[in-house]
Design a protein around this ligand. Sequence first.
Ligand SMILES: [Zn+2]
Length: 294
Amino acid sequence: MGAQHPEQPARLTAIDDQLIASGIGQHLHRYEAPLATDEQLARVHPLKYVRAIHEIAPSEGTVHLDPDTAMNPWTLRAALRAAGAAVLATDLVMKGEVKTAFCPVRPPGHHACRSRSMGFCIFNNVAVGARHAIEAHGLDRVAIIDFDVHHGNGTEDIFENDEHVLMASIFQHPFYPYSGTEDPAPNMVNVPLAAGSGSREFRAAVTKAWLPALDEFKPQLVLFSAGFDAHAEDDMAMLRFTDADYGWVTEQVAGIARRYADGRMVSMLEGGYALGALGRSAVQHIRVLAGLNA
Ligand SMILES: [Zn+2]
């Protein structure tokens, strides 16, 4: 995204470093993400948009899709792999080769709308995974859990009023992208939190709003938009979550997944820009996904 941009390659190194330091990295299987195909992307974005992204991708230098979102000569392949990771992870989990998967991808996806890139996002990775589960694996009910500090407006744009998808999200409000509170569709469980909110408010919202809705929906697969930028150390925003909150929320949602989805969970990295907090929080999340907490 350019020098000084918070959405930087070091984010993935930070997660890898903490996986090694915590000792859980050795228990994980690693897979290389394939490039998403036009067909897989076109379940979420109009083919015209997909083609336009291919065409605008530069062979040298940088082009800006919006003031926050840039492409260099490597971005297109990274974006295709980020979306392809969601497809591969969904396949692996649905075939029972693995129970859960975490995809440490860049660029993130949850701000990418049907026909518009924004907020560091080009293709909506989690949405590509959800539609793949529905169309290629025949699922009727997929839940998307979005705990990034920013509202996943792109995911909402793609799935509002879609009976196959329930989206549960929590986000700082009012804050970028200033959406999610005006009359959301019935399949959207949006919980806005005021700046300064921390563990107590987060856990109360999950317990009172998310879990009852998930229990009623009975998802056959749970996907996460796993952003770690609501952490107290992350100065992208002003929520005050702790490392432990990410393990806790994953455990709560894993209970739902065990009850209705045979434990199937796929998690896509979204935001998280304070490198230390990102690495530690992602490890808390992955530890629970991998069932290494017991
Ligand atoms: Zn974010």
